[in-house]
Structure formats: structure tokens, C-alpha cells
Design a protein around this ligand. Sequence first.
Ligand code: S3P
Length: 446
Amino acid sequence: MDWHIHKAQTLHCELEVPGDKSISHRAVMLASLAQGSCVIRGFLPGEDCLSTMEAFRALGVNIERLAPTTLVIHGTSGKFHAPAGDLDCGNSGTTMRLLSGLLAAQPFESRLVGDASLSKRPMKRVIEPLARMGAHIEAETRPDRPPLKVHGGSLKAIDYVSPVASAQVKSAILLAGLFAEGSTSVSEPNLSRDHTERMFEYFGISVKRSGLRASVEGGQRPQPRDFRVPGDISSAAFWIVAAAVRPGWRLRLKQVGLNPSRTGLLGILTRMGARVREFEHSNLGEPIGTLEIEGAALKATRIEGKEIPNVIDELPILAVAAALAEGTTIIADAAELRVKETDRLAAIASHLKAMGVNVVEHPDGLEITGRKSLQGATLDSLGDHRIAMAFAIAGLFADSETVITGTECVNTSYPGFYEVLQKVLAHRLGADPLVISQEPEEAIEV
Ligand code: S3P
């Protein structure tokens, strides 16, 4: 389906976004490993997380789906069954990399496959440390690309210094470490999102953390616990930027995850001139709260170094903010963007240029010179959900129509995005604020 987008008149909105993708994956994994049953609420019913759910069902875990966002998972204490066929990870790097860690310790062979985009993504980053733990993982086609054949077996603990700041790598090793003899540690060059560490603690697994290093003792299993997934700040980011770039535009976001390893976007927008307020309401494993954003005429900034892992998924939409800010924004140290769902540096550069923006592309980043408004263009998603959504938001600030093609990929992380966009497009200056909530959940007894 193609999206047709025109210039927005205003944004004055109170919004809830669907559940966090990273946390939904991990909730299914930890509950599947638990010694008993867990209720997971606020699960993201996006295709990536459904791939994880189906993979665990194929491994013999009984997962009841009581509502689109409510799962009851009957954990197996980490004992899975050999799957009858391939485990299909779809578009999801998190599914494939984290599952590799778990399957490395299972006494059977499994085969992990993915779609065309995932089949191009590098897997050596998990194959190599897991091989050091004693696992045998074969990339079938090229040296390190999926499909992956995992020959599981007994594992030994390692002390791994990761060359990349990647939560997927860190999590794959820590999950494998639960099955290894002794203490497994991972150090990373900069802190990546720490959901695995926090959720281990919430589910009763002790993790030692010191600076950029996390360690887990083998033999531990999660306790059964109910868990609520917060709204995804990476999905909220599209609306946050839309509100932040125009004086007088306002957004209030409820029930959103405020994990500090994910909120780098807020600091960057504040530095650029937007007004951002955070209120944390609860912290049951993950901090959840409300955000208020007031727009302003933004100024250019530099985004680099240790800030990059914290905004790794927000860089496409931050590039759109930069395209509407005064001055030249520099994004550096972001070569990881070239191995996401598509080469995001190339995609951002070509799409912003098509919208009339002056962009210089570097091997690890971009220089983006902002302008007051953009030109409409026809832009392909390139099969990448975040490229589709970032440029749909850019279309709200274009003088002529913007068309986004290949938008089905958005269902991987944000089902319902286009419905919200249509409401924003129909909203008129002076009208009451738009209020958009997620479906209320029924009370359930297990
Ligand atoms: C994720 C980690 C990040 C992020 C991805 C989800 C996760 O990838 O880009 O969308 O859930 O652990 P890397 O850890 O490979 O940077």
C-alpha cells in the first residue's frame, strides 16, 4: 500500500503508542525460560515479536494469546523441544541473534531463516562469541549470513570483549551464559540498551553490572512473574519529532518506556531547542511514564560517540529533525546504520536529497543542512519500517504531496501507525486536542 501525505496544519495530541519491540521479544523469551507461568501485558503485536512468539511455540512452549497484547506463557525452565521445521525469524534481527544464544545450549539442531533483508545482515557478531563458548553455528550461504544452522550442546563461560556496542550481541551471550558453567561476562565499547540486564533482575536472575560490563552466573532460571511492556519510545519518536520541530505544536505521550539507555533522543531534541518534560510513574522492571513535548525553531547539533547506541533506531527520524533545523547537523560514528533493515545512511541521504535537502554522506555518518520546509517526493521504504515512518513524518512538512511506497514493512514494529497519521492529517488548527489511546485490556485470571 502507498501512503499519500500532505502538509499538516498542526499537531496537538495526547497519544499512547504500542508496546516496546525490544522488551516484547525479551518478555516472551524470559517467560518461556521461566519455572512456571507468566502473564505478559502490553505485548507488541507487530510481526517481529510475533516471529519470536511463533518460534517459542515451535520449540514446545505453550503460549496462549488471550488478546492481541496479552499473552500467558507457560515456561519450560529452559528445556525446549527440537522444532519440526525451520524457525522463521522474518525481518527480525533481534529474534535471530537472541535465539542463536538460547539454541546454542539446547541438545538438538535447529535452523534459523529470515526474509530477504534479514538474510543480508551480518551474523558473525554472534557466531564468533558463541563458538568460543563451545557452540557450533554454521552460516549456510556466505561466511556470516543467514540461514543459520545451530548445533546446540554444552557451553562454557567466556569473558567477551565485544567490538560493537550491540544489545543483540550482548543479549545473545548473556542468554547463552544462563546455560554455561561458571560466570559469563560481556563488555561493550559503549552502553547499548540494557533491557536484558533489567529484565533478568526483574525475573529474579542475578546479574553483576559494572560500567560497560555485565556478568551472569550459569544455571539460573527466571522466576515466574507477570510483566507489563511499556509503550515503545522508538515508535513514539516519530510523533515526538513531528511535535518538536514547529513552535506551538504540542504532544503528550502516556505509558511510554523511559529507560535511560533509550531516551537519548530527548536530550538531543532539548539541545536543539525543543521543550521536553519527563515524568516517571512506575518502575516494575522498566521505567514507564509520561512525556510532554513543545515544539520550537530547532538549531543544528552534533550526534556522535557514545550517544549513538542510545539513538541507533531514532537516527532516521532525527535526520528529519535535522533537515528542518537551522544550520548543519553532523551525525558521526554511526556506520552500524549500514547493516540495519536496509543501509539507513544511504537511504536517509537519498530520500532527504529527493526532498530538496543538502546532505553529504560519509562512511559513518551524514551532514544535513536544514531548511524551512521540504519538497514532496515519491520515496520507497526499501523494506525498512523506520525509513517508511521517518519519511512519512517528513511529508507533514513538505510543500507538495509525499508518497511512501512499500509500507507493509511498518507492521513489523508499529501496526496502526498510518491510522494515527491520517488522524493527524485531518486535524485542524483550533480543534480540540487529538486523543489516541491503545485498546484497554480486559482483566484476566490465570
Ligand atoms: C535491538 C537492538 C538494536 C536495535 C534493534 C533492537 C534489541 O540493535 O537497533 O532495533 O532489541 O536488542 P543492535 O543491538 O544490533 O544495535
